[in-house]
Structure formats: C-alpha cells, structure tokens
Design a protein. Structure first.
Length: 352
C-alpha cells in the first residue's frame, strides 16, 4: 500500500479532476466558510444590532398594549400573524448568515452541484471502515486543528473578558439601555479579535485542504498511461476502426465509378476515374482512384459499365499523386484532361 502511494508522484490530469468534481470531491475548507459566516454576523451586529434591538423592544411594547383587553380567537390568530411577520422583518438580516456560508461553499467548489454524495453507500456504514477513518491522518489533523482552534479562541475571549472584569459590578447601577450598549460594545470587541484568529486559521486550513486534495488525486505513471490509452483508444481498436472506415470509403468510391466519364490508367498499376458535371462545378472531379488491386477493380467496373478506359501514364500519375477523391483537378492538368474528355465525347457522339 505504501509503495502504491509512493508511486503516485504525477499531478492529476484534467480528466481525473473532472471525475472528482462529478463525484462531489472538492477542496473545501469549513474554517473559511465559518470565518465568512462570523464576519457576516459581526457586520450585521455592528450595523443593524441597535436597530434590531429597538425593533424587538417596540414590538413587545405594542404587543403587551394590545393584549390588555379580552380577545377573540380570530383576533389572537390575526395578532399572532402580524407579530410574527414584523418579527421576521426585524431579524431578516440574521438570515443572511447561513446564505453567506452556502455561497462560500459554492465558490470553493466552483459552483459545481452534484447529487452523487447523497447516493446511499453501504460501505459508509461499515464499522471497520469507520474505525480506520477515525485513525486516519486526516482525522488526527482535524482533531489537532479543532483543539488548537478552541484553545486559541478561549484564550482570546478570556483575555478580553479579564480586561472588563472589574467593570462588571458597575453594570448593576446602570440603566438597561446603558448596560445593553456596554455589553454590545464588549461583544463586538471580542468578536473582532476572534475574527482575526479565525481568518488566520481559515487561510492555513484552506491551504492544507487544497494541498491534501491535490495529493489525494495524484496519479502513478501507469495510471496516466492507462487514462491516455482510454482517451485515445486502444491502438488495435483504432487500427480496426480505420480499416473499416477505409473499406466503407472504398465501397462508396467504387459505386461512383459507373457514373464517371472516363478512367485514366497507367496502364496496370494506377487507375483514376474522372467525372465532369458543369452544373456542379467549373472543373472535372476525381470520383475514384486506386493502385494495384484497387486499380484493377476500377478498370473492371469501368468496362462493365461501358465507361471508356484511356491509357495516359503521365496524367494518371499526376492525378493519383496530387488529387484526392471528390476534389477538382488542378489548373495545371486542365489541358490534358480536356483533351481526353474531348476525345471521349467524340467517341460517344459517333456511337449515337
């Protein structure tokens, strides 16, 4: 097992990374999402805390004032609905906090959504597999990270509370509004300093998660070769496919030989079938060509279809070498081909 891990020294291919994304495997830092959620909470508390506190207090005053008299069931229902609606509007900014967390996860995953992680997997409830995960390097790292985070945050909170400890007895002589303002200021101070610690933890954790993610996707040289073979196709299969494609193209080419105007030969090694259709082009096109056995078949098809076969070694060689099937002949061969076509048309007119 250790040998296999040591062999995986190559960076993951783009295909491997895409497969991991489809399976819901991303480099996600929970600490980064926690940081953004607490940052959002601090901003909401700083800018909207007083407004929300006053709103809740005002809502309670109005509610107690209305409830003094006797109310019917319908009035109680309407009152409860109105209070609930107003209370929801007051605390609406707080509801943005989980949204911020969800957006943070989405950004880290590249807005890739997949339901594969939700697919039931029996192996996940295997006790032995779960025990191994508990003793894995990732689990130990998470445990150490959690202990460090709790320790550091506890220390930060303790230091800040200790500074205010001597001021706490004076809160008993202060009005409610003054006490609330004081507690709010202390809370924001503690959260602000805690936020700096969380920011540092989030940056370190994100770097670690990114490194661990890339490490987990590493491939061995053999795996890269296998993937390349899968993407490019097995050489034997590719050769077979090309052979079939050539055979199909050859059959289509042979079907066009009877429609040709003339077949130019070498005389035995090469054969090129030419067709001239003024309605489709300005120049004659090569509808079929071949050497050796294919040339022989082209000549036989031409004779059976009563297509003239003309021997012209230089022209046959030039057409075979420079013109692909389905393409027009080059300007340099216009004169030679025109002479042969003129001769063929003259023969056809004599027959008729």
């Amino acid at each position: 097992m250790a040998e296999n891990d040591q062999e995986k020294t190559e960076q993951a291919s783009s295909r491997r990374k895409e497969q991991a994304r489809q399976e819901g495997n991303f480099a996600i830092s929970k600490e980064l999402s926690t940081f953004f959620m607490i940052l959002a909470g601090l901003m909401i508390l700083y800018f909207s805390g007083l407004w929300m506190a006053m709103g809740v207090a005002e809502l309670m005053k109005k509610s107690f004032h209305i409830v003094r008299g006797e109310l019917t069931v319908k009035e109680v229902s309407d009152l409860f609905g109105a209070i609930s609606y107003k209370f929801f509007l007051i605390i609406a900014p707080i509801l943005a906090i989980p949204v911020i967390g969800a957006v943070s996860y989405a950004i880290q995953s590249g807005f890739a959504f997949t339901g594969k992680p939700l697919t039931p997997d029996i192996s996940k409830i295997d006790p032995l597999s779960g025990f191994k995960k508990l003793l894995s390097l990732n689990s130990i790292a998470e445990l150490v990270k959690s202990l460090l985070k709790v320790s550091i945050l506890t220390y930060v909170v303790y230091v800040n509370v200790a500074k205010e400890w001597n001021s706490l007895p004076f809160l008993m002589n202060m009005e409610v509004a003054g006490s609330a303002a004081y507690m709010g200021r202390v809370t924001i101070t503690i959260m602000s300093k805690t936020l700096w610690v969380l920011a540092l933890i989030a940056v370190i954790d994100y770097g670690y998660q990114k490194w661990n993610y890339e490490k987990g996707l590493r491939m061995s040289k053999e795996e890269l070769k296998e993937e390349h073979k899968e993407m490019e196709g097995d050489p034997a299969v590719k050769a077979r496919i090309k052979s079939i494609q050539r055979e199909m193209a050859r059959k289509r080419m042979m079907q066009d030989v009877p429609t040709a105007d003339v077949v130019v030969t070498n005389p035995t090694h090469l054969a090129v079938a030419i067709k001239y259709d003024r309605s489709k082009g300005n120049a004659p096109i090569v509808v079929a060509k071949g050497a050796g056995y294919i040339a022989q078949k082209i000549r036989e098809l031409a004779k059976n279809s009563k297509v003239p076969v003309i021997e012209n070694k230089p022209l046959a060689r030039s057409l075979f070498k420079h013109v692909e099937v389905g393409k027009e002949i080059p300007v340099t061969l216009y004169k030679a081909v025109a002479e042969i076509l003129a001769y063929v048309y003259k023969l056809k007119s004599k027959r008729h």
